[in-house]
Design a protein around this ligand. Structure first.
Ligand SMILES: C[S@@+](CC[C@H](N)C(=O)[O-])C[C@H]1O[C@@H](n2cnc3c(N)ncnc32)[C@H](O)[C@@H]1O
Length: 205
């Protein structure tokens, strides 16, 4: 799915209750990490902030990054409406390697499958973490390609195997890596087909 797709989808993105339920589950689990008001976080592919807004109250600040200005506009409006002062939005294509700010936690929820060079992005995340900083990745478990519409563009991965990601991240100076199936998306339109979602967390050495 392209930036244009998310720009168009932005106004109605929060109307799907399954997205809210998934995001609430992910943000609650991330809040179980030992977060503190001294920590500066970043969410990559934040969308309308469904996950980030749930985690930001536990942090000093959250930089919310996305390539879709439409999605960020929806988040920015919620930030204004709710008087939130510690979320900053940033529209950029950070896979271009221009982003060097260090963080104490980096979150990437349901976005990794949109990145062609997912491994390169994970390496970049780990390079941006301060020692002891946390990485939290949520995405689909490897699926058969039926999660997205066949016409959807920009789907580079049909989910991931958390064990493979764990091995990869261990090579990128991450430790205490844990993964769990955090939620199962059930698609009624596909005869109640189940798509498990994992949450993987780890700490930078
Ligand atoms: C499925 S949405 C997930 C939104 C949010 N993280 C959530 O869990 O509700 C994927 C988001 O990733 C963003 N995205 C896709 N490719 C990106 C890239 N290269 N850099 C930053 N954001 C990207 C899209 O614009 C979209 O907002």
């Amino acid at each position: 799915m392209t930036t244009e797709h998310f720009d168009k989808a932005a106004a109605d993105y929060d109307k799907k209750s399954r997205r809210i339920v998934l995001a609430d589950t992910i943000s609650s689990a991330i809040n179980n990490l030992p977060l503190s008001k001294q920590m500066c976080g970043m969410e990559f592919g934040c969308g309308t902030g469904l996950v980030g807004m749930g985690v930001a109250p536990s942090l000093c600040e959250l930089i919310a990054i996305d390539t879709s200005q439409g999605m960020l506009d929806v988040l920015q409006q919620k930030v204004l409406d709710q008087g939130i002062t510690n979320i900053q939005t940033l529209c950029c294509d950070f896979s271009a390697d221009t982003y060097t700010q260090k963080h104490d936690i980096i979150i990437c929820s349901m976005t990794l499958h949109h990145l062609k060079d997912a491994k390169g992005l994970l390496l970049h995340f780990t390079e941006l973490l301060n020692p002891g900083g946390y990485l939290a990745i949520a995405d689909l478990i490897t699926e058969d390609g039926s999660f997205h519409d066949p016409s959807a563009k920009g789907i580079w991965h049909h989910g991931f195997d958390p064990k493979e990601l764990t091995t990869l991240l261990e090579g990128f100076a991450m430790e205490d890596i844990k993964s769990t199936i955090i939620h199962i998306i059930i698609k009624k339109a596909q005869k109640n087909k189940e798509f498990p979602v994992f949450l993987l967390t780890g700490r930078k050495k």
